[in-house]
Design a binder for this molecule. Structure first.
Ligand code: ATP
Length: 770
């Protein structure tokens, strides 16, 4: 037994809180007309999620709430709570949990407010109608209410159209849960397909962007490769260049050292040589002294010559005069005797004068000479116009005078000779020293020329070195520029050329000698290769590569995510389709099998009721229902979906027809049955349905009303039989039915219009029922 209690609070006529407990397989509710018995049955419907107010005999929601009576104010809400025992202890002793939840007791509560809003709670926690329906479906307590047969509705299943009948049958067979599941799956599928389309459209949208980014990234990758290649080329190139520069600089400073020192030495030497030369040049002034000396010497020699000749002349005159004197002494002086010396002197004087004008051509000068000669001759005549007797003295005087002259000349000659000697010695010394200096001068000049020539050759050597240095400086500048560019293009790693000593192939250790001896053209080729890559890199012109790669990765990642999502969506769509197909198949087979099983039971119950005959359900194709004809008016916002689902699922499916043939009667078809026969047929069908898939409880509101005594008995037997599988709550006026109940509740209504409930005994019940 799963049904424990029912609690009504403000529901319809139950203005006060009322609780019914169902401790027996059969509970009977008895009471006078209008006391509120049917309200109890309706409270079950209400609590289990009934959306149709009409089926609870109301026009609007408010009709379900205690309306007040007399002094009692009307309520604001109506609530009904059902308590189920969820322990695996069924009425037939089989171990089975009623609800697939971890609670031993499950309470389902519904409250409705005057504004029409309903609240559902399962075990005290608010839930949606959908959750209640799903939960109840597990226990075959469907919303179609096949297990709650309201008053006068016993033959509802007979009156219903074939499709509604099918719904009741499906509900009774516990197939609703599959229908909900299928509906849910279809909704999910629809949603999934919608999502799939969205994702596909998103992917289509980003595809061109990805293609663009991919191309960019390929370019970036290419550039990366180029950079790597460039780095390798750089490492080799820079290493070689570095060593080349270092070694060349070293070599040049070595090469320069010696000529530099030599140059300094030669410059010093040149200085000295120049000085020497300068000095020598200065000494050149002595040549004037030589000329002067030579002139002096020549003058002195002339003078000497003159003196010699003068001495000779004087000596001659003396000798002549002495001879004259001798003669004079030995004879008388005569007029007109002229000493020879006198004549000679005149001859000498004229000779001298003639000598002095030897080169003259001027007539005036010649005249002057002639005048001088005339004077000399006159003075001679003057002197020799003397008296006789004076001659001897004159001669002696003359001789003495001449001797004086001679002595004077000799003296002078001696002086002049000495002077000459001295001058000659000076001259010789000077000459010697000049010659010597001339030699020195020539040597100095030679030395200067030699040094200058050497210096020139050194200078050109040094300037060649300097030129080489300049060239290396330029190479070094290029090298540094290259490094700067390289760092920008490839990164700081390229600076490792100083330490790394490996060529681009990563193996060969480069020897310095090898590098130095290599043809520079090869290095130039390397540089050109580097340039080429640099140009290609520049052409690639990728700015913001990092961002592009990042964006590419993110976009691809997003696309991959979308692709995965798409796959997931497709997978879930196909599994949903599969599920829908399976559910459809299951529904179909279980429905058909269920109908067969119901038919077996239906036939049995029918034959029991009618003592023979045949009753059978048949599956038929139904017309589509007009969607405007919804009977669900209690649809709440939250649950509108489920109501729509309830309606939709009905479309174009198979319905159920009931065919009966009574024993001994020719009538066939439901329309021709009497009221009692209809009631019996319905009961047979309701019971058959309950047998196939017994609900935990079955409420029958005066289903037995139309039965005669004999049938009441049969009915009583059947319900006892039925109560072994389902708890029965029977609202009845029937004595026979009451007698089968374990618990009997009497419902009364006092003057205030409030239904009251009391547990009574059979005897009382009979009285109450009356
Ligand atoms: P019968 O034996 O004739 O079928 P019953 O015992 O089944 O009678 P119900 O139909 O359950 O009686 O009860 C009907 C009574 O409930 C009526 O008197 C009606 O006035 C009262 N009732 C219905 N709705 C409300 C409400 N909202 N507030 C107060 N009373 C209500």
């Amino acid at each position: 037994m799963h049904l424990r209690t029912l609690e009504l609070n403000g529901f319809k006529s139950f203005g006060k809180k009322t609780e019914l407990s169902f401790g027996a397989p059969i509970t009977a509710i008895v009471g006078p007309n209008g006391s509120g018995k049917s309200n109890v049955a309706e409270s079950f419907r209400f609590c289990l999620g009934e959306q149709s107010v009409k089926s609870m005999r109301g026009k609007k929601t408010e009709d379900l709430i205690w309306n007040g009576a007399g002094s009692d104010a009307k309520g604001n809400r109506a609530s009904v709570r059902l308590v189920f025992d969820n322990l695996p202890q069924n009425i037939d002793g089989k171990s089975k949990k009623l609800f697939n939840v971890d609670f031993d007791e499950v309470t389902v509560e519904r409250t409705v407010f005057r504004d029409g809003v309903s609240e559902y709670k399962v075990n005290g926690s608010p839930v949606r109608l959908k959750d209640v329906i799903e939960l109840l479906s597990q226990a075959h307590i469907g919303a179609s209410g096949h297990h709650i047969i309201s008053q006068g509705e016993a033959d509802r299943i007979l009156n219903a159209n074939s499709r509604d009948r099918r719904e009741m049958v499906e509900d009774a067979l516990g197939l609703k849960i599959y229908q909900y599941k299928r509906k849910e799956s279809e909704k999910k599928l629809q949603k999934t397909e919608e999502n799939t389309r969205q994702v596909e459209s998103l992917r289509r949208e980003i595809a061109p962007h990805i293609r663009f980014l991919k191309k960019q990234v390929e370019k970036i990758e290419k550039a990366k490769e180029m950079r790597a290649e460039l780095a390798t080329l750089y490492s080799d190139y820079l290493k070689r260049e570095y060593i080349y520069i270092q070694e060349t600089n070293k070599r040049l400073s070595v090469e320069e050292k010696e000529p530099q020192a030599e140059k300094i030495r030669l410059e010093e030497e040149l200085g000295v040589a120049k000085e020497t030369l300068e000095k020598a040049k200065k000494k050149d002034g002595k040549s004037e002294e030589v000329i002067k000396l030579e002139k002096d010497l020549s003058e002195i020699r002339n003078k000497k010559d003159y003196l010699i000749s003068s001495i000779g002349r004087v000596e001659g005159e003396i000798a002549g005069l002495e001879r004259v004197l001798v003669r004079q002494k030995s004879r008388t002086p005569t007029e007109g005797n002229v000493p020879l010396s006198e004549v000679r002197r005149i001859a000498d004087q004229t000779e001298e004068i003639e000598e002095s004008v030897k080169n003259e051509s001027d007539p005036e000068s010649i005249k002057e000479v002639l005048r001088k000669i005339k004077e000399i001759l006159r003075s001679f005549i003057e002197r020799h116009s003397v008296k006789k007797g004076e001659n001897e003295e004159d001669s002696e005087r003359e001789i003495a005078k001449l001797k004086e002259d001679r002595a004077r000349f000799q003296d002078e000659f001696a002086k002049v000779s000495a002077k000459e000697k001295e001058l000659q010695r000076f001259y010789s010394d000077l000459k010697e020293s000049i010659d010597k200096e001339k030699d020195q001068n020539r040597d100095a000049e030679k030395a200067v020329f030699r040094i200058m020539a050497e210096l020139n050759s050194l200078r050109s050597k040094l300037s060649a070195i300097r030129a080489e240095k300049e060239r290396i400086k330029m190479v070094e500048d290029d090298f540094n520029r290259e490094i700067q560019e390289g760092v920008v293009l490839v990164g700081r790693d390229i600076k490792r050329y100083e330490t790394a000593n490996v060529s681009h192939d990563g193996k060969t250790v480069l020897s310095e000698a090898e590098i130095i001896s290599e043809d520079r053209n090869k290095q130039e080729d390397r540089r050109r290769a580097i340039e080429k890559i640099k140009i290609r890199l520049e052409d690639a012109g990728l700015v913001g590569a990092e961002e592009i790669v990042k964006e590419h990765d993110e976009t691809v990642e997003r696309d991959m995510y979308l692709e995965k999502e798409l796959l997931d969506l497709k997978a879930s769509a196909s599994s949903l389709k599969e599920l829908i197909r399976e559910l459809g198949e299951k529904l179909d087979t279980e429905f058909k099998e269920g109908v067969q099983r119901i038919n077996q039971e239906f036939q049995k119950f029918f034959q029991v009721m009618f003592g023979g005959g045949n009753a059978v359900l048949s599956v038929v194709k139904e017309e589509k229902r007009n969607r405007g004809e919804s009977e669900y008016i209690l649809a709440e916002t939250d649950d509108s979906e489920i109501v729509a689902a309830m309606e939709e699922e009905e479309e174009g499916k198979e319905g159920i027809d009931i065919n009966v043939s009574l024993p001994r009667k020719k009538i066939k078809g439901l329309m021709m049955l009497s009221g009692g026969e209809r009631a019996l047929t319905s009961i047979a069908l309701i019971f058959a349905m309950s047998q196939v898939n017994p609900p935990p409880f079955l409420i029958l509101d005066e289903t037995d009303a139309a039965l005669d005594e004999a049938n009441s008995k049969k009915y009583g037997d059947m319900i006892e039989n039925l109560s072994q599988k389902s708890q029965l709550i029977l609202i009845t006026h029937n004595r026979e039915t009451m007698s089968r109940a374990g618990i009997i509740y009497g419902v009364t209504m006092d003057r205030t219009g409030v239904s009251k409930l009391l547990s009574i005994q059979f005897a009382e019940a009979v009285a109450v029922a009356k």
